[in-house]
Design a protein around this ligand. Sequence first.
Ligand code: PNS
Length: 158
Amino acid sequence: MRIAVYPGSFDPITNGHRDIIERASRVFDKVVVGVLRNKSKKPKFTAEERVSFIQLVTGHLDNVEVAAFDGLLVDFAKAHGASVIIKGLRTVNDFEYEFQMALLNKALDSECETMFMMTNSQYSYISSSMVNELAGYKGDLSGLVPAEIIEYIKEKYK
Ligand code: PNS
């Protein structure tokens, strides 16, 4: 069985993230979305909130699981029997950092392959930090994040 992990902060999940999860779920037998707890980054949403948002918007995908993690990504992947890490690339700006991370993860675990998926062009400008900034200004989030979570985000910024 081909299992992949798709890691991130998902603070919160965007339409770009959801698109990658949907596409990866068609390529792999199982996709485990790994939500980094990331206390140092001071996420806007708790790990539990971020996990439940992803569960809510991927409920239609039978082969997708969501779990929070601490520690190294390669350890999380191994614990879930995954040999592939999926990363989404939006622009060339993402590439340098992701290339470095892929090499580092390969050095930490030589059996772990990183595979990149290009974002769909209509999502290439979306990031969680932009979503948070816009939400702070009470901007319109439709089209940026899945409709099912918009009210929860608004509530957080009330
Ligand atoms: O959505 P993000 O914040 O860009 O995701 C970053 C993430 C979670 C993929 C990255 O921070 C990560 O893998 N963190 C886990 C710790 C780890 O394994 N770091 C690399 C070796 S130091």
